[in-house]
Every structure is written in C-alpha cells, then in structure tokens.
Design a protein around this ligand. Structure first.
Ligand code: NAD
Ligand code: WQD
Length: 351
C-alpha cells in the first residue's frame, strides 16, 4: 500500500519486546510513529537502539513520550498535538503468575489503560486499532489447531484482561460501527531482530521458556526446569506454537493495511502463529544446536494451568491479511542466540 507514506501511527508500549520490533518495521515501511510507554517493563535504551537500527533519516519520523495510559491526560496531550490514523496497542502487563498474586494491578493497568485510550481516540475521531490479544483467550483448548471462532475462556487474571478487552472491543465496535478493530492473538513470540541489537529483556527471573533457556546459555542461570515430561505428546513435554517476533511485526503491518483498506472489517480476530507445534525438549535441542551451548535440564512436575498442546490455525490470517510466518524454529533460535550472545545482560551495560 504505497499510500502508507506519512500515515501516523500511535504505538502504545512501543519500547517493549514486540513493540520495538514492530516500530522498526513500521518506520521501514514509511509510517510515522509515536510511542507512548511508561517504561514499566522496558528501558529507553531499547528505543535508542531502534533509532540506531533504522538510521538518522527514519529516526526523524519516530517520537517517544514517557507516559502512562492510566493517566488520561498523558494520552490527551499526544492526541491534542497531532492526528493519528491508527493505534497499535501493545501496552499492558503480561506476567501470568504475577497477575494471580496481584489481580488489581492487572485490571487497573490493562483495563483502565485501554478504556482511557478508547475514550481519547473517540474524542479525537481516531477509530482504528490493532490490539495485542493472546492465545491465552483459548484457555486449555479442547481441539487443536485453535480456530478464531473457538469458545473463549480465561485461566488467570492476565488472561481475563485479554478476554475482557476483546469483549470490550467487540461491544464498542457494535455500538459505533465506524470503529475498525483488529484483535491479534499471538501464540508464543520468541527470537529477536537479526541484528542482535534489540530483543526480549525480562526483569527478574524469566517466566517464559525461551528467555529462560537464553539465560542458561549465557550462564546467568544454572539449568532449565522442564515443566512436565508425562504429557501425551511424542517426547512427553508440552507443545506450543513459537513465532518469530519479526514475523509478528510484519503481521502488524498486514493488520494495519487491512484496517485502512477494508471498511467492513468491523472487529475481527486473527491468530498469529506458525501453525506448527514444537515441544519443550525440541526447543531445547534447537537452541543447543543454534548456540553450540549445552543447556542442562531438570525434569520437573507439570506447571499448574499449562495445556498439553496449543497451536494456531493460520488459515484466516493467510486468507484475509495475506500474512504467513516466514521463519521456523531454527531461525528463532539463531536470532535469539545472537541477541543473547551480544547482550548477555540484556540492555544493561554491565552487571
Ligand atoms: P513488554 O512488557 O515487553 O511490552 C509492553 C510495554 O508496555 C512495556 O514497554 C511497558 O513498559 C509498557 N506498558 C505497560 N503498561 C503501560 C501503561 N499503563 N502505560 C504505558 N506503557 C505501559 O511485552 P511484550 O511481550 O512486548 O507484549 C506486548 C503486548 O502483547 C502485551 O499487551 C502482551 O500482553 C501481549 N502479548 C505478549 C505475548 C508474549 O509472550 N510476549 C504473548 C501474547 C500477547
Ligand atoms: C511454554 C512451555 C511451560 C518455562 C505464556 C502465557 C501466554 C502468552 C505466551 C501472553 C510450557 C514450559 C516454561 C520454563 C518450561 N503470553 N516451560 N520451563 O505458558 O505457553 O504462554 O506466554 O499472552 O498467555 O501463558 O509460554 O514460555 O511460559 O511456556 O518447561 O522455565 O515451556 O511449562 O509448556 P506459555 P511459556
């Protein structure tokens, strides 16, 4: 879509893992980008590295504001200064375990932040949104692959925020049909930009598999706990649909194009996954191959609430967005290792 030049996109949570990778692609595609992020789970260094990656000319089309979606005034300030054609809404808290212990924090941040955003968008007549949903809305699916029309359920407060926010999006669009909203249900995002300059940098001990493996590989953690070795899968470990973060980033560009080009889009959900399942032990083996490092493992009981196998049906995104993941597990591990090897302590300069 050549007309994308100078379209102005607000990216909430753009300093985070998926946000930074998407912003790089948006700038390369000719969009103007404004990030709002409170840096709760990210650092400004990540935005500096985005600028470095796209170069000085494209950097001029990127603005960063440190602000919090829970403060309506922070969003209003941005909208009163410039017109946005669409919003990509990444900002949110995402740690499942933390959400169980502190649900109020999750409801406040994810729900209040998003409602403030809708209110301000409506006031300024910006009614196109790409929303970060998650495969978590399928709960423990009874069938695989997961199709977008499956029944939705939540297994924990984090998942409930995604489920509620999907319902809120559907209600808003039903009441005001001029809204165009794409709900992207990410499966398991991993990998990093091929440059090794940006990547995932979780605070504290990682909850997710790949950042954990990465920290074992660089010597920050001694071994990987493999949660479950008695699942009814080929090797007994659980199966997930890992997707390269650069494929996800491109999925957002495809979703934006859909929003701009299809007045009948309404509020529509798409899975972003590869459609292929990989077990925990297969992922460990692939990472060992990519890194040349041994990943010591300890076989442990299953983690509470985990499903046996989850992977996406990718048909709808392929057909309607013209998007399909390009990368496999080998490239995911190669790029994640490149990021880890060059930045063993993430964005921190030293210990
Ligand atoms: P991330 O934590 O790296 O990025 C989220 C960003 O939002 C952070 O930079 C954080 O500082 C910011 N933020 C949080 N609350 C904010 C607020 N109130 N105001 C302003 N900024 C705020 O996470 P990510 O992995 O990039 O995930 C992005 C989105 O995708 C999230 O909504 C997440 O729930 C969703 N998602 C992530 C995954 C995953 O495994 N990474 C899977 C499915 C869905
Ligand atoms: C993958 C597999 C673990 C860590 C989570 C969220 C989901 C979505 C994506 C945001 C599982 C096993 C993990 C470890 C292990 N996020 N594992 N040892 O649980 O599929 O999805 O992230 O929306 O909502 O729930 O991803 O990376 O945590 O786990 O054996 O140290 O790896 O048990 O089988 P999950 P994960």
């Amino acid at each position: 879509m050549g007309s994308s030049v100078e379209q102005n996109i607000l990216v909430t949570g753009g300093a985070g893992f998926i946000g930074t990778h998407t912003v790089v692609q948006l700038l390369k595609e000719g969009f103007k980008v404004s990030i709002i992020d409170n840096l709760d789970n990210s650092v400004i260094e990540a935005v500096d590295r985005v600028r470095e990656l796209v170069g000085p000319d494209l950097s001029k089309k990127l603005e960063f504001t440190q602000g919090d979606l829970r403060n309506k005034g922070d969003i209003e300030k941005l909208f009163s200064k410039q017109r946005f054609d669409a919003v990509i809404h990444f900002a949110g808290l995402k740690a499942v375990g933390e959400s169980v212990g502190n649900p109020r924090r999750y409801f406040d941040n994810n729900l209040v932040g998003t409602i403030n955003l809708y209110e301000t968008m409506a006031k300024h007549n910006c009614k196109m949104m790409v929303f970060s949903s998650s495969a978590t809305v399928y709960g423990q699916p009874e069938k695989i692959p997961c199709m977008e029309d499956f029944e939705l359920k939540a297994m924990n407060p984090y998942g409930r925020t995604k489920l509620f926010l999907e319902e809120i999006a559907r209600d808003i669009q039903a009441a005001e049909p001029e809204w165009r909203i794409v709900l992207l249900r990410y499966f398991n995002p991993v990998g990093a930009h091929e440059s090794g300059r940006i990547g995932e940098d979780p605070k504290g001990i990682p909850n997710n598999l790949m950042p954990y493996i990465q920290q074992v590989a660089v010597g920050r953690l001694p071994e990987l706990n493999v949660y479950g070795h008695d699942y009814p899968t080929e090797d007994g470990s659980a199966v997930r649909d890992y997707i390269h973060v650069m494929d996800l980033a491109d999925g957002h560009i495809a979703a934006l194009r859909k929003l701009f080009d299809d007045p009948k889009i309404g509020c529509t959900a798409y899975n972003l996954g590869t459609g292929r399942g990989t077990s925990v032990l297969e992922m460990v083996a692939a990472f060992e191959k990519a890194s040349g490092k041994k990943i010591p493992i300890k076989l442990c009981p299953r983690r509470l609430g985990d499903a046996t196998a989850v992977y996406a049906s990718t048909e709808k995104a392929e057909k309607e967005l013209g998007w399909k993941a390009k990368y496999g597990v080998e490239e995911m591990c190669r790029d994640q290792w490149n990021w880890a090897n060059n930045n063993p302590w993430g964005y921190q300069k030293k210990l």
